[in-house]
Ligand binder design. Structure first.
Ligand SMILES: NC(=O)c1ccc[n+]([C@@H]2O[C@H](COP(=O)([O-])OP(=O)(O)OC[C@H]3O[C@@H](n4cnc5c(N)ncnc54)[C@H](O)[C@@H]3O)[C@@H](O)[C@H]2O)c1
Length: 427
């Protein structure tokens, strides 16, 4: 249990202000890998495009998020930040933002459900004009419990696939009360963050939690979307035998053509040493699967919510549950069959490791900063819909990242432009 502490000068609820120096060190380290976000921060500092805006952010409280917060603050925004997952909060980062930058943070690592929603509500208490969500919990709370805030909000942004799915369901139902930009769907977001970020960081989480040698093991990857394909490829790269499970025919075919073995979860269950869910779906690893798993099989999740593994069902059929290592719970089904679940089925990359590398979050958070600026420019002109990230902003982030990496590319000549716009040429 964390001890909540309050500072009178900056409204907050954090675990330990004494961790601020370490948070600063680590945030600065991440900044060195975030040149695009840093450049945007420098521009924001001069032009103050967010002046007068109150931004409520519900994001994983990590070093990369801290750098986004600093960019938004440089742009003139007043900020409040809470966590988008109870186990992803880095308490030193929360302390750093409060102590060194006077940014209100309401987040403690390991917060229970009541504390989690108290933090969300405290973040909303300053009546935001912009919301920045990762999973739609902020938007959901506003629509269900704090509807008085709706008229104040010019728009929001959404960071992840699961959040965008929830928002599209709200839009289809006519329930969405303000415009939201689906930052997740920007090419510079999901093609890199979901694919390469989720390619690497869940492996880090699994290895930190278990110290397992993955080489030669059978890893079952549920879902071959952007996250799943990234993860499957990295797991293969480390020497694991990878089995993919899917429900989508085309994605299954892609996995086959990419050289993976594809089969239903029930067939994969007795074969896997490690199971990783990356689907955004519910009960993807269910009780009937777990009953067939090898003794000692490891199960974890890297999708947004902790519903991908049927933990309630697993608890019901277990004779004993014990923590066998920090973040590893062993469920004893019988004298000869135990399964081990990592970090209670929460995002393994953020709960057992530090989340995505800063170099990839650089683009996701550059998108977030530009999306917030766009919402201010378009205030009052957008409908209550889910909007794509404007293509010119998406491309700007790609170009900035290439430049930061020192990579030059070709430009279309006038002749090539004319050729590509014509239909006269043939064989
Ligand atoms: N861990 C992280 O840091 C992180 C980062 C980005 C996204 N996410 C989350 O990861 C999840 C996946 O995101 P994505 O961008 O890859 O989504 P996606 O839509 O590209 O892919 C999801 C895939 O899962 C498949 N699927 C659905 N139900 C399934 C089932 N029962 N069995 C097997 N496959 C099933 C779908 O057909 C789809 O191909 C989402 O919850 C997203 O919010 C997590």
């Amino acid at each position: 249990m964390s001890t909540a502490q309050r500072k009178p000068e900056t409204a907050c609820e954090i675990a330990n202000p004494g961790l601020a120096t370490e948070g600063k060190r680590r945030t600065e380290w991440a900044a060195s890998e975030m040149p695009v976000t840093t450049q945007i921060m420098e521009r924001f500092r001069k032009s103050k495009p967010l002046k007068g805006q109150r931004i409520a952010a519900c994001l994983h409280v990590t070093t990369e998020t801290a750098n986004l917060m600093l960019a938004l603050k440089a742009g003139g925004a007043d900020l409040r930040l809470c966590a988008s997952n109870p186990l992803s909060t880095q308490d030193d980062v929360a302390a750093h933002l409060v102590k060194h930058h006077g940014i209100s943070v309401f987040a403690t690592h390991g917060a229970n459900r009541k504390e989690y929603y108290r933090h969300i509500n405290a973040t909303l208490d300053f009546e935001p004009t912009i919301t920045m969500d990762d999973g739609c919990d902020l938007v959901n709370t506003i629509h269900n419990k704090r509807r008085n805030l709706l008229p104040l909000i010019i728009g929001g942004t959404e960071e992840t696939t699961t959040g965008v799915i929830r928002l599209r369901a709200m839009e289809a139902d006519g329930a969405l009360g303000f415009p939201v930009i689906a930052v997740n769907d920007a090419d510079t977001k999901h093609l890199f963050d979901n694919r390469y970020g989720t390619g690497q960081s869940p492996l880090d989480g699994i290895m930190r939690a278990t110290n397992l040698l993955l080489t030669g093991r059978t890893v079952v990857v549920a879902g071959y979307g952007w996250c799943g394909r990234g993860f499957a490829n990295r797991a293969r790269g480390i020497g694991a035998h990878v089995i993919v499970t899917e429900v989508d025919a085309t994605k299954s075919l892609e996995a086959v053509m990419d050289g993976f073995t594809v089969m239903p979860m029930l067939k994969a269950a007795p074969l896997g040493d490690v199971f990783v869910t990356l689907t955004g779906d519910i009960n993807v690893v269910d009780v009937h699967h777990m009953k067939k798993m090898k003794d000692g099989a490891i199960i974890c999740n890297s999708g947004h919510f902790d519903c991908e593994i049927n933990l309630a069902g697993l608890k019901k059929i277990s004779k004993k549950v014990k923590e066998v290592r920090h973040g590893v719970k062993e469920y004893e089904l019988s004298a000869t069959r135990r399964v081990r679940v990592l970090v209670d089925g929460r995002l393994v990359n953020l709960s057992a490791a530090e989340g995505h590398p800063a170099a990839v979050m650089d683009m996701s958070f550059a998108d977030q900063a530009l999306a917030a600026e766009h919402l201010v420019k378009k205030a009052g002109k957008l409908g209550n819909k889910v909007y794509p990230m404007p293509a010119d902003l998406d491309e700007r982030v790609a170009r900035m990242k290439l430049k930061a990496l020192g990579v030059a590319i070709d430009t279309l000549t006038a002749e090539q432009k004319a050729y590509l716009a014509s239909y006269e040429h043939g064989t």
